[in-house]
Design a protein around this ligand. Structure first.
Ligand SMILES: *Cc1c(COP(=O)(O)O)cnc(C)c1O
Length: 400
C-alpha cells in the first residue's frame, strides 16, 4: 500500500481563483445571488452541490481551506471555524443530547476541560474524566449512553500520547465516536487513519503558524460535516462560529508550508531534548525512547515529520519556572507567552496559564508539576545557539 502522505495530498490540490489566480480568489460576500428561485429553495434544503447561499452556512474561501484540511486528514470533508474552541464545542454538541455521556481524557486543553466540566452539565450531559493512557479505565468508564470518547493525540500539557486504534475499538464497541484534537501534531499523526471518527483543530497554532489570528477546524465524514451545516439542526449553522473568508485565505497559504515547518519544529525540539538530557533536566519529549508515549507515537506517526515541537520541562516550583522564563525572554530565547506553533519559541507555566481552568487538585492527579514549563520550540536557524542561551540562564540561576 502506498503510504499516506498528508503533505503531498495538500500539494496535489488544484485550486484556482476566478481569473486563473494561483491563489484562490477571496469571496468577500455575505450573500449570493441565484438565477432561478428554485435553486435557492433547493440550497436551503441542502440539495444543491456547489451553490452558495449565505456565508454563515458555507462560503467559497472557507471551502478551499476546508478541502485542503480534508486532503491533509484523509477525511471526506471538513468545516472551518473562527476558533479552536468554536470547532470543539460545535463538534461535541452535534453528537450529544440531554442525558448522554462523554468519556474524556483528564489532560486536555484547559478551555476544553472547562467546557466539559462546567458547561455541559447545564444540559444534563455527564462527562467522566479518565487517564486516557489507561485503556482499562477508559473501558470501565463507558456506559450504554456514551456517545463520545474525547482525547488529544498528544495531550496538553503532559504530552501523553493517545493510543488511537485501541480507543477507536473501544468507542465502536459501544456505538460511540472517537473525537481527537490533533492541534499539537498536524501531519505528524493522521488520526482518521487510526480510527478517529472526527478530528478537531485549533488552527491558531501550528497549522497557521503565524500567531496573527485564532481559527479552528472540524474534519470528518460528509454525513457528519453536512449535519453540522444543516439549516434546521446543525450546530455550525445555528451557533454560527464561522471563520471569516479573508482569514481562510491567509491560513490556506500558510498551510502550504506546514510540512516544512513541522520538520523544523521537530528537529529543533529533538536537538534541545537531547541536550536537556545531557545536562540532567527533568522533561517530557515524546521523541525520547524513555518517554511514556514514545512507542505508541512510533506506531501511529507519519515518521518524516518528526516528534513535534512541544517539550515540557519540570522546574519543580512555580517560582523557579517564573525565574527561568523571565530570564530566557531577556536573553532572547523566545517569548513568555501562551499559545504554540509559532515561528519563535514560546514558553509558559501551564498550571498558571493554559491549564489554570483545571483545579490544583486535578492538576496534581494528572501528575502535573506546578513548575511545568511548556515549550513550543520555534523555527530557529541555529538551535545550538538557542540551547547555549537556555543553558546560560539555567547556570546563572543555579538550576543545573
Ligand atoms: C489552543 C488550543 C485549543 C483552543 O483553540 P483556540 O483557537 O484558542 O480557540 C484547543 N485545543 C488545543 C490542544 C489547543 O492548544
Amino acid at each position: 500500500m502506498k503510504k499516506f502522505d498528508p503533505a503531498s495530498n495538500v500539494q496535489d490540490l488544484m485550486q484556482f481563483g476566478e481569473f486563473g489566480d494561483v491563489n484562490p480568489s477571496i469571496t468577500d460576500s455575505a450573500t449570493y445571488t441565484f438565477l432561478e428561485a428554485k435553486s435557492m429553495v433547493d440550497t436551503f434544503h441542502g440539495e444543491t452541490e456547489g451553490c452558495f447561499l449565505y456565508s454563515r452556512h458555507w462560503n467559497p474561501s472557507n471551502k478551499y481551506l476546508a478541502d485542503a484540511l480534508a486532503a491533509m486528514e484523509g477525511t471526506e470533508a471538513a468545516w472551518v471555524t473562527a476558533s479552536g474552541m468554536g470547532a470543539i464545542t460545535s463538534a461535541i454538541l452535534q453528537l450529544v443530547n440531554t442525558g448522554d455521556h462523554i468519556v474524556s481524557s483528564i489532560t486536555t486543553y484547559g478551555g476544553t476541560y472547562a467546557f466539559l466540566k462546567n458547561y455541559l452539565p447545564k444540559f444534563n450531559i455527564d462527562v467522566t474524566f479518565v487517564d486516557i493512557t489507561n485503556l482499562d479505565e477508559v473501558k470501565k468508564a463507558m456506559r450504554p449512553n456514551t456517545k463520545v470518547i474525547y482525547t488529544e493525540t498528544m495531550t496538553n500539557p503532559m504530552l501523553n500520547i493517545s493510543d488511537l486504534p485501541a480507543l477507536s475499538e473501544i468507542a465502536e464497541s459501544f456505538g460511540a465516536k472517537l473525537m481527537v484534537d490533533n492541534t499539537f501534531t498536524p501531519m505528524i499523526v493522521t488520526p482518521s487513519k487510526h480510527g478517529a471518527h472526527i478530528v478537531v483543530y485549533s488552527m491558531t497554532k501550528f497549522i497557521n503558524g503565524k500567531n496573527d489570528c485564532v481559527a479552528g477546524a472540524i474534519c470528518g465524514s460528509f454525513e457528519y460535516i453536512n449535519s453540522l451545516a444543516d439549516v434546521n439542526s446543525g450546530t455550525a449553522m445555528l451557533l454560527g462560529p464561522v471563520l471569516d473568508p479573508l482569514r481562510s485565505s491567509s491560513i490556506l497559504k500558510n498551510m502550504h508550508t506546514l510540512h516544512i515547518r513541522m520538520k523544523q519544529h521537530s528537529s529543533n525540539a529533538m536537538y534541545l531534548a537531547k541536550k536537556f538530557k545531557e545536562i540532567g533536566l527533568t522533561f517530557v519529549y515524546p521523541g525520547m525512547p524513555e518517554c511514556k508515549g514514545h512507542d505508541i507515537l512510533n506506531r501511529i506517526m507519519n515518521p518524516e515529520f518528526g516528534y513535534g515541537g512541544m517539550i515540557a520541562i519540570d522546574m519543580q516550583t512555580a517560582e523557579r519556572a517564573s525565574n527561568l522564563m523571565e530570564m530566557m525572554q531577556n536573553e532572547g530565547v523566545g517569548y513568555l507567552a501562551v499559545s504554540l506553533g509559532y515561528f519563535k519559541t514560546l514558553f509558559s507555566n501551564s498550571g498558571k496559564s493554559t491549564s489554570s481552568e483545571v483545579p490544583e487538585e486535578t492538576q496534581k492527579e494528572m501528575g502535573m508539576s506546578e513548575g511545568l514549563v511548556r515549550f513550543s520550540v520555534g523555527l530557529d536557524n541555529d538551535i545550538e545557539r538557542t540551547f547555549e542561551k537556555i543553558h546560560y540562564c539555567l547556570k546563572e540561576l543555579n538550576y543545573v
